[in-house]
Design a protein. Structure first.
Length: 79
C-alpha cells in the first residue's frame, strides 16, 4: 500500500478527515490535525514503517506531501 493511502486511512479513521480532502498539497492545518494528533501520527507511522520521527522533524511537517516524502525517503535510505 502506498504511504499516501496509509495516511489517508489514518487521518480519516483517527482524526475525522474527509478522504477527498487528504491530498499531497493539503496542509496538516487545513486537515485540522492538532499538535497532539501529530504526535500520535508519528507514533503510528513509526509502528507501521519502523521509522523514528523526532520532534524537530515532526514540527517541520506542513503538508501531507512532507510526511509522505519523509517516510519514503527514510525507507529508501534503509534499502
Amino acid at each position: 500500500m502506498r504511504v499516501l493511502d496509509i495516511l489517508t486511512a489514518l487521518f480519516c479513521e483517527k482524526y475525522g478527515c474527509d478522504p477527498d480532502d487528504v491530498a499531497m498539497a493539503a496542509s496538516l492545518d487545513e486537515l485540522n490535525i492538532a499538535p497532539h494528533e501529530r504526535d500520535d501520527m508519528a507514533m503510528v507511522l513509526g509502528e507501521i514503517y519502523g521509522v523514528d520521527i523526532d520532534d524537530d522533524t515532526l514540527d517541520g511537517f506542513e503538508t501531507v506531501e512532507d510526511v509522505v516524502a519523509y517516510i519514503e525517503d527514510t525507507l529508501n535510505e534503509e534499502d
